[in-house]
Design a protein around this ligand. Sequence first.
Ligand code: ATP
Length: 238
Amino acid sequence: MPDPILRISGVDVRYGRTLALSDIDIDLFEGEAVGLLGTNGAGKTTLLNALSGFLRPAAGELRLFGASINRCPPHVIVRRGLLHLSQERDLFGDLTVHDNLRLGSLARAAKSFDRNLERVCHYFPRLKERLRQRASTMSGGEQQMLAIGRALMAEPRVLLFDEPSAGLSPLFVQEIGAMMQALRKEGEITIILVEQNMLLAAQVIDRYYMLRAGRIVARGPASELEKDHEELAREYYL
Ligand code: ATP
């Protein structure tokens, strides 16, 4: 078996005295897509923030490409190839779509701006039509596409998605699902997807972990989600 590119072992994360994550173990192999599922407050965003360097684990270890990232600041983790798409999207609203994409490619000194721009426009033709539009004037779904496009400009090796479907219309959710499937087919990227939309998750991921109150309470292949998602939803969400 190859070494995991991302290894989370025995990780606890605290907010002061509150234990938000307890003893989390996840291995992620190159080219895989893994889902993090669970109710509000289960600890999913906390885990993404720990991976991207915004929070430090109180115990355990995070290893990316074999090296510890427990003490790395966020910009170093980005440079090593792990990008986190937060729910806030963090776009520069006054800048154009094109300039937001350019800033994305600077985050990691990506080699070919033109080739990456072409790729992003291929995934999201809607962005191609709007390269000169100010980001703040785009719809929520378009802004989500721009945020994903900007991350892709940095040629990430690992992408963390935090509920990309939140607040979007079914049409945009479908487009984002299709884009993630296409991205996976290229096979160069490894994905962690936090998602409450089980149908979207089941389309994209290979395996899932279910979190509740900061602990992993279930794990399994995506096929279980398709088959049992109503049962899982009843058991873990309600
Ligand atoms: P959601 O789907 O609502 O984003 P989540 O699974 O991502 O939920 P987290 O946001 O990781 O959950 O929160 C996990 C727990 O940690 C919750 O109990 C939350 O209240 C708590 N928490 C999150 N951020 C902080 C913070 N900055 N300070 C204190 N507690 C926090």
